[in-house]
Design a protein around this ligand. Structure first.
Ligand SMILES: [Zn+2]
Length: 230
């Protein structure tokens, strides 16, 4: 064992892991981001507040058990760099790291109890093939690592062909979000509490569409968790 550890130390001496926020070398106990950068990312209070800014996005649209974003999105911040790394630099490790931070908040929250399944918002298969992975899946894996809750990816599917969508104008594309997802199985998630995962929420229209689709299932309860709210 000590040889492996010695080898790891040797490797990190030559190739130190770098903070995604400030590019300084990370200390041994730090992952993805240094303590100082982490300190400067503003956390929300969503995991403890029933009426929060994310929840309010869905008022009058869909019924949710709870909704919470971990951080406030700040432009040009270490958080933006982390999200960029997750979405465009094939850095799935940062997704897992952020998922774990979400899981610690869920453990301490009385508003997110009894989750049966985690569902990452599906990407269109073509987009997922292009990127090589679904970034929301990386976040889900981080959550699963801590909470041990099963990830479910067969029931909710993304269906709309993005190619045919780009031909439409902006307005009809927005309208079209309503039919982007479909349910493959109406039985498995009956009366279950689902935790839906997304990266950054802006308008909430994609998540709204997911929830509307999921609510075709009898007795389903849906909560939403995201890394950030813009
Ligand atoms: Zn840093």
């Amino acid at each position: 064992m000590w040889i492996t550890s010695l080898f790891d130390d040797f490797i990190s001496l030559i190739y130190p892991k770098i903070c995604l926020g400030c590019n300084n070398p990370l200390l041994k106990h730090e992952e993805c981001i240094c303590t100082i950068c982490q300190f400067h990312i503003p956390k929300t209070n969503h995991f403890k507040e029933k009426k929060n800014d994310l929840q309010k996005l869905f008022w009058g649209k869909v019924q949710l058990n709870h909704a919470a974003a971990l951080y406030e999105f700040v432009k040009d911040s270490p958080l933006q760099k982390m999200i960029h790394a997750l979405k465009y630099e094939e850095n799935q490790e940062v997704g897992i790291y952020l998922g774990k931070q979400i899981a610690y908040e869920i453990e301490d929250s009385t508003l997110l109890k009894g989750i049966d399944y985690i569902i990452p918002v599906p990407l269109h298969p073509k987009k997922e093939k292009l990127r090589g992975y679904n970034q929301s899946m990386s976040i889900a894996k981080g959550i699963q690592e801590i909470l041990k809750t099963e990830i479910e990816i067969t029931t909710l599917q993304r269906t709309v062909d993005t190619e045919s969508q780009t031909k439409k104008n902006k307005y009809s594309r927005w309208e079209n979000v309503g039919n982007v997802f479909e349910i493959r199985d109406l039985e498995k998630l009956k009366h279950k509490h689902i935790l839906l995962i997304d990266d950054v929420v802006t308008t909430g229209s994609t998540l709204e569409s997911c929830v509307t689709t999921l609510q075709q299932i009898e007795g389903i309860k849906v909560s939403i968790v995201t890394i950030a709210i813009a």
